[in-house]
Ligand binder design. Structure first.
Ligand code: UDP
Length: 411
């Protein structure tokens, strides 16, 4: 049913106007007018954990407030399905992995079952957004589709492992369009490809302003010394986030500068590798009182917000990164970010301007020390970083681009 475009929605949108200015919201309303009542379904494979869930939690209510009949569906699979899709993820990010036939069968079966469960909602949709490879094979079960189907890739797919790409490509080629976060990630596919960067919601628990007492509370909660500087990486425990590289960088920097490191992460329900990586991280941090490895519940948004605000420097030393919402989140809190020189981090961290791009633990250590000795520069970079997010990476810009795309596809 079409959501009402009533006073409640107006109040909801007004809150965004208080951050972005009302012209931005009026523009969104104009763009959404021809889409009013359109059925837009997003599908991914987890409701919590990771950047995709983070974005969908915010995008759906905003679309609905603009009068679009937006909804969010999730497909659930067996452990073999998640093992397979994690391998897809790793392979799209360049890892050479052989995926056994039984895992591919689990993938195909889960998509077949998902198609049956979601048949009505997907068959009636005007637009279907399929996020990442997990639900990508759903489309093959709708040979006479009514709406437009769009594959949204959030992964750093610059150099996908060819064998896995060859398997996935036929599913993907059938879509009406695809979206990537960066031009370099686009792939030879026989349909229009669009570039849309992700975004953060400035009003969410993760990003809204917090009272000082809430920020200070995290020191006591996690045994962090408020008197010494703190560097923070927030991430799922994933190899591509390079948590071991962060510990190495910390060990080098802490030899010369008093410093604490917080690694804060949790699992995503569609990520089966997290536990093993967490154990490696815990081992590497063992016996070091100034390294705090936190395993947070998936709804710890306020705690992450407070940690990001309490940090002196935010680090995201990924070696592959589709975008890196944690970078945007840190920048929004006025922090300089030391980011891995890869993928979407390059779109956000401008070397020497909003932070530093690094390739090695040694480079990260050098930049930690450099920044920690320069309070004014940290502040200056942090202010530029916040403004950069305001101008480029808020959800209102993201929504504007989605609406433009939908109006275009509507024909
Ligand atoms: N996140 C979280 N809890 C965690 C780890 C991450 O809420 O324990 C959030 C983080 O704040 C960010 C998102 O999950 O909003 C991660 O998005 P990003 O693009 O950085 O990485 P992804 O996990 O999608 O690869």
């Amino acid at each position: 049913m079409c959501p009402p475009h009533d006073d409640q929605n107006r109040d909801f949108l007004e809150q965004y106007a208080s951050v972005t200015g009302s012209a931005v919201i009026q523009h969104l309303e104009q763009l959404a007018a021809p889409l009013r009542g359109a059925r837009v379904v997003h599908v991914n494979s987890t409701r919590e954990g990771g950047g995709v869930a983070e974005i969908l939690q915010k995008l759906i209510p905003l679309k609905r407030a603009l009068g679009i009949d937006a909804s969010w569906e999730v497909i659930n699979g067996s452990p073999a399905f998640y093992e397979c899709t994690k391998s897809f993820h790793n392979a799209l990010q360049g890892m050479h992995i052989k995926i056994p036939r039984n895992l591919l069968s689990a993938y195909e079966q889960t998509n077949e079952q998902g198609a049956e469960q979601l048949r009505d909602v997907l068959a009636q949709a005007d637009f279907v957004f399929i996020h990442d490879p997990q639900p990508a094979a759903l489309l093959s079960h709708f040979p006479e589709r009514r709406g437009k189907w769009i594959w949204r890739c959030h992964i750093d797919a610059r150099h996908p492992y060819r064998t896995v790409w060859k398997y996935l490509r036929p599913w993907l080629a059938a879509y009406d369009a695809s979206i990537f976060s960066l031009p370099e990630f686009a792939q030879p596919l026989p349909h229009p490809q669009y570039i849309i960067a992700p975004s953060i919601d400035p009003l969410s628990e993760k990003n809204r302003a917090l009272p000082t007492a809430d920020i200070e509370a995290v020191y006591g909660q996690f045994g962090i010394d408020p008197e010494r500087p703190m560097v923070l990486q927030v991430s799922r425990y994933d190899r591509f986030k390079d948590p071991l590289g962060v510990i190495q960088a910390f060990n080098l920097a802490a030899k010369l500068t008093p410093l604490q490191l917080v690694l804060a992460g949790g699992g995503a329900s569609d990520d089966p590798e997290g536990q093993a990586i967490l154990q490696e991280v815990q081992q590497a941090a063992e016996g070091h009182p100034d390294i705090h490895v936190l395993l947070l519940p998936s709804d710890a948004h306020r705690t992450i917000n407070a940690l990001q605000r309490a940090a002196d420097i935010v680090i995201q030393k990924s070696i592959r990164e589709g975008f890196g919402l944690t970078v945007t989140e840190g920048m929004w809190k006025g922090k300089p970010v030391i980011g891995g020189d890869t993928g979407g981090i390059r779109l956000q961290v401008f070397n020497h301007y909003t932070g530093f791009l690094v390739r090695t633990p040694e480079g990260a250590a050098l930049r930690m020390r450099y920044l920690l000795h320069r309070t004014h520069l940290r502040q200056q970079m942090g202010e530029r970083a916040r403004q950069f997010v305001m101008d480029n990476f808020l959800i209102t810009r993201h929504l504007r681009e989605y609406l433009t795309l939908l109006v275009g596809l509507q024909g």
